[in-house]
Every structure is written in structure tokens, then in C-alpha cells.
Design a protein around this ligand. Structure first.
Ligand code: ADP
Ligand code: MG
Length: 375
């Protein structure tokens, strides 16, 4: 029996009907462009959220999370609606709502993806629940459909206007590869990402900073993109070129211009990163990662002092490239580092944080891992 199954039994007094897991993710490159129908290049990390579920004959959803003291919350099926207030359980209820489940359920969640660290514990939670329910109720949804249903849960039920990347990679990633995801139609291509055999490691630095701006800041960036799209009368930022953008520079605000410049240049950087990876040109990949950070910091303005500090310290310590990942305003950064320099790089980053008076960062490394699965 797996551990999530044991936890379920301890909580509910009988065994579950199904168990599933789904990983968090790190995005190598392609930030803040999933909602612009762009291309992104994330990979699944080793850390997963596990869920165990049993169907019941009543009309109540019972939910507990190990990360929330395993306290069982009971919600009547008839109360499930985006209007219902609540806390973390809304991520789970959102998926139940989005998938149209009308049966009573008992659920326990155990998440190893650090919460709120920019490694997408929210998508891991949604994808694990969706994978379990899809199987338990024989819904037959394919992975792109499940990703869209999870996104709908987060957008409409939780109220977070996230793009489609996190849910897609949590569901569709493959071991050993980064996932080139076309956010327009959710087609994918596996791009081998084998840092280890090139003497490299991808260091993940959780700055442990969480600035309040997160939700409002994210929505504001999306709104800027929507305004530019309307101004240029195009379907999405994906259809914009730098030449077009420059030709109308005078007609849009300086803020709209730099937001759009990030989207256009970041999509190009993703395609260049794929070419670099196919040639195992990690020096070039590093340069693209650095350029992505500069664009997020200066044009999209979603970085923060802690993220900049982590990135600058990593580069000063010899990293090939470093950048913030995720929505920004806190959370994590990544650094592509020579394996023999990892220990020193961590020390340099720690020192820089100490000097600046920031809370100590946490470090992780992860190889590209498998997406969601039934356990
Ligand atoms: P990220 O996705 O980067 O971790 P988010 O703010 O998008 O950050 O999502 C984190 C939120 O997701 C948590 O605050 C919590 O509400 C919910 N969550 C994720 N995993 C769990 C879990 N294992 N147990 C309870 N809540 C969780
Ligand atoms: Mg999230």
C-alpha cells in the first residue's frame, strides 16, 4: 500500500478507491506568455502532490490536506459554486465543479511541492485531483482537456487568472525532457533536457519572498497584453512582431510597449532555447535565460529585490544563466550551474541574502520528471 493510501485509511477508516499524483514544475524559459498563446518550455520536478479519493453514497465532499493539519472539511455538494468562499480547498472543489462530479467524495491530499514557492503546487493539486477523478468516474478526458478543465477551476472557481502552462506540464510532462508546449492548441514536443551528462545542474532557489502584489500584479500584466492585442486588432500577442510593435510605438503607452516587447521577445527566446538544447549548447541556453530575466525585470516588471539578488549572486558565482520563474513578485529563481560549482553558488547566494537582510533562501534541484499518474 502506498503512503497516501495509508493516510486516507487513518483519516476515513477505510481504503480509498483511487490514488493519483501530479508534479510541480519549473519553467526553463517562456514566462508570462502562456496567456498570450505563446510557446513555453517547462519541465516537471520530482516533487509531487498525492491524492487519495473514495466515492460515497451521500451528498457531501470531505477534504483534508496534510499541509493543513489533516483537518477534515465537509462541504455539501449543493453548495459547490464559485461564489462559495473558502481557503485552499477551493482548488479541489474547483476541479470537482469543473469536471461536473455529482457524487459524494472523501479526499485526502499530501503535497510535497512547496506551497506558494512559484513551483506550482496549485496546478499539482488540481492535476492530481483531476487525474484521480477522470479515472474513478471513467470520464475519458484526454490530457489537454483535463489541463483546460483544471485551468477553468483555477480561473473561475479560485479566481486566479492563470494561463495554461502549469496544468499542462503537470499532466503531460515526460521524464528526461522539457515540454515544448504550444499554448494555443496544447500540442507538445519533448525536448531532451539532460543537464547531468553535461556536468551541469539546474539549481532552484526559493527566495521565500511573497509580495502582496501577486494577484493584482498578475491581472494588471494580462490586462496590458489584452489592451495591446485590441489596439493592433490581432488575436493574441503571438501574432505580433517587433517591427509591427515599433511601427505603432507612438500610439500605445510606454507601459503597453514594454509589456508587449516582453511577450514578443520571450516567445522568440523559447524557440531559440529549443534550438540551443537540440545542439546541447548550454552556454547559449544560459544567455537566453539571462535575457529572459532582464526582460521580466525591466519590461514586464514582475521581479523583486530578492529574485534579482538570487539571480545576480548566481551569475556572479559563475552560473551559465539565471532567472526568476513563475508569476513573480517572489517565489523561485533557477540557475544553470556547473555541478562542481553548486555548493559554492549556494553559499554565494546565501551570503548575498544575509547581506541584504533577507530571509534565508531554500535550495532544490530536480531532474525533469514524469507528469501526473495513477498510483
Ligand atoms: P504555487 O502554485 O506557486 O505553489 P499558488 O499561490 O498558485 O502558488 O498556490 C498555492 C496555494 O495552493 C496554497 O496557498 C494552497 O491554497 C493551495 N495548495 C497547494 N497545494 C496544497 C496542499 N497540498 N494542501 C493544501 N493546499 C494546497
Ligand atoms: Mg500556482
Amino acid at each position: 500500500m502506498n503512503s497516501i493510501s495509508t493516510l486516507f485509511e487513518k483519516t476515513y477508516g477505510h481504503s480509498p478507491d483511487i490514488c493519483a499524483s501530479a508534479p510541480g514544475r519549473v519553467n526553463l524559459i517562456g514566462e508570462h506568455i502562456d496567456y498570450s498563446e505563446g510557446f513555453v518550455l517547462p519541465f516537471a520536478i520530482n516533487d509531487c502532490t498525492e491524492v487519495a479519493i473514495a466515492r460515497t453514497n451521500d451528498t457531501v465532499i470531505k477534504i483534508a490536506s496534510v499541509q493543513r493539519k489533516s483537518e477534515v472539511l465537509s462541504i455539501a455538494l449543493s453548495d459547490i459554486s464559485p461564489a462559495l468562499t473558502g481557503d485552499w480547498e477551493r482548488y479541489v472543489l474547483g476541479v470537482i465543479w469543473s469536471l461536473g462530479i455529482t457524487s459524494g467524495l472523501e479526499i485526502i491530499v499530501d503535497g510535497k511541492v512547496p506551497l506558494g514557492a512559484g513551483l506550482s503546487s496549485s496546478a499539482a493539486l488540481e492535476a492530481s485531483v483531476a487525474t484521480a477523478l477522470n479515472s474513478l468516474f471513467s470520464l475519458g478526458h484526454d490530457l489537454p482537456t483535463l489541463a483546460r478543465l483544471c485551468q477553468r477551476a483555477e480561473n473561475v472557481y479560485v479566481g486566479m487568472p492563470c494561463g495554461i502552462m502549469d496544468q499542462s506540464v503537470s499532466l503531460m510532462a515526460n521524464k528526461g525532457s522539457a515540454l515544448l508546449l504550444d499554448c494555443r492548441d496544447l500540442t507538445t514536443r519533448n525536448i531532451a533536457f539532460d543537464v547531468a551528462s553535461h556536468g551541469l545542474e539546474l539549481l532552484i532557489i526559493d527566495t521565500q519572498a511573497h509580495h502582496e502584489l501577486v494577484d493584482g500584479g498578475y491581472a494588471e500584466r494580462r490586462a496590458s497584453c489584452d489592451e495591446v492585442v485590441a489596439q493592433f486588432n490581432i488575436i493574441s500577442m503571438r501574432h505580433l512582431t517587433m517591427a509591427q510593435l515599433d511601427s505603432k510605438k507612438a500610439e500605445i503607452s510606454p507601459t503597453q510597449y514594454i509589456r508587449a516587447r516582453h511577450a514578443v521577445t520571450e516567445i522568440a527566446r523559447v524557440m531559440d532555447a529549443v534550438v540551443a538544447l537540440e545542439k546541447s549548447d548550454f552556454a547559449e541556453l544560459g544567455k537566453l535565460i539571462n535575457a529572459s530575466h532582464a526582460s521580466l525585470r525591466d519590461d514586464y516588471t514582475v521581479s523583486c529585490p530578492e529574485l534579482d539578488c538570487a539571480v545576480d549572486a548566481a551569475i556572479a558565482a559563475g552560473a551559465l544563466g539565471a532567472r526568476m520563474v513563475g508569476g513573480g513578485f517572489g517565489g523561485s529563481a533557477i540557475a544553470l550551474v556547473k555541478a562542481e560549482n553548486v555548493a559554492d553558488t549556494k553559499i554565494e547566494i546565501q551570503r548575498a541574502f544575509e547581506k541584504a537582510g533577507y530571509k534565508a533562501p531554500r535550495f532544490f534541484t530536480s531532474l525533469p520528471s514524469q507528469g501526473a499518474r495513477i498510483l
